[in-house]
Every structure is written in C-alpha cells, then in structure tokens.
Ligand binder design. Structure first.
Ligand code: THU
Length: 161
C-alpha cells in the first residue's frame, strides 16, 4: 500500500483591483451576468463568463424552475451556450460570481459538484487547462489555474475505455 496525496496551489487576491486587466474584465462580465439570473426561489443570482481561446466572451446565469431540480446552474448554462455557439473552440478562463439577495456577496464561492464534473468534460474536450476566477460582487478573489484541481480522481471517458 502507498499513500497518495492531492494538493494544489491557488492564488488569492484581496480584491478585483489587484487582478490583471483581462481577468478583471472577465470577472466584471460574470458579476454583471448575475443580473440575468432567474432565481426567484433561492434569490441567489449566479453569473459566469468564459473567455474562449478565440477571444470571444460568453456569459451564463442560473435559471431556476418551480420544480426545483429542473433548475440549471450558471456554469452549465454558460458551457452549453459556449459549446453551441463555438462548438470546437477551447475555453481559456471562466469567471464565476454571485449576488446573494438575502445576504452578503463578498467571499468567493466555488462551483457545485455537478458543475465541476461538467467543467472537467469541457476541459478534456478543449485539451487545455481551464482557469477559474471565483469571487462575489466584491471582496476576495481566488484564481485556480486548472479546474481539474477542484475534482481530484474524477470520472471521465478514459474510465470507460
Ligand atoms: N448555483 C449556480 O448557479 N452555480 C453553482 O455552482 C452553485 C449554485 C445556483 C443553483 C441555484 O439556482 C442557486 O444557485 C442556489 O443554489
């Protein structure tokens, strides 16, 4: 038996002011996309924005439903949209933000488990690491340089060979 360990480095910034211009722009797009959320049940508006390797920016927001499990997270709305508009263009970076209408929005939030799995599939399709920029409407920002770090020992097409 051997013991294995998974750990990873990520960057933490005190605010968006410390980001490089491109990253600050993308985070701003994600923050702005929160306004397009349809979240009357949770009042938790999530916005996501992806920069593709061709320079295009695609946005998404969470879309809820009276039948709660039918709702879709902002990240998966974004990825489906990007893949539909630009089917074979890899994603470079995804920024994710949220506006909590019932509380505060000043600490970074991470994608849920289903979204991590979905991001992982698109990362493999694009054959390159997807960077993640995570932040609320203000305050700290986290940058993860490889989305795969958020889903260790993940299941993928490789496992079905
Ligand atoms: N949500 C997202 O859009 N992305 C996540 O990664 C976490 C949760 C949405 C789903 C639901 O509409 C609301 O936030 C509250 O869970």
């Amino acid at each position: 038996m051997i013991k294995q360990q998974h750990n990873f480095l990520f960057e933490e910034y005190n605010s968006a002011d410390e980001l490089k211009q491109d990253d600050a722009f993308l985070l701003n797009e994600a923050r702005s996309a929160t306004q397009f959320a349809y979240a009357p049940y949770s009042n938790f508006q999530v916005g996501a924005a992806a920069k593709l390797i061709n320079g295009e920016v695609v946005i998404g927001s969470n879309q809820e439903n009276a039948s709660y499990p039918v709702g879709i997270c902002a990240e998966r709305v974004l990825l489906s949209s990007a893949s539909s508009q630009y089917p074979n263009i890899a994603i470079d970076t995804i920024a994710i933000s949220y506006n909590n209408m019932k509380g505060t929005s000043n600490t970074p939030a991470s994608p849920c488990g289903i979204c991590r799995q979905t991001i992982s599939e698109y990362q493999e399709r694009g054959k390159r690491a997807i960077r993640l920029i995570l932040s609320g409407m203000e305050g700290k920002v986290i940058i993860v340089s490889n989305a795969a770090d958020l889903l260790p020992l993940s299941f993928s097409a490789e496992d079905m060979k």
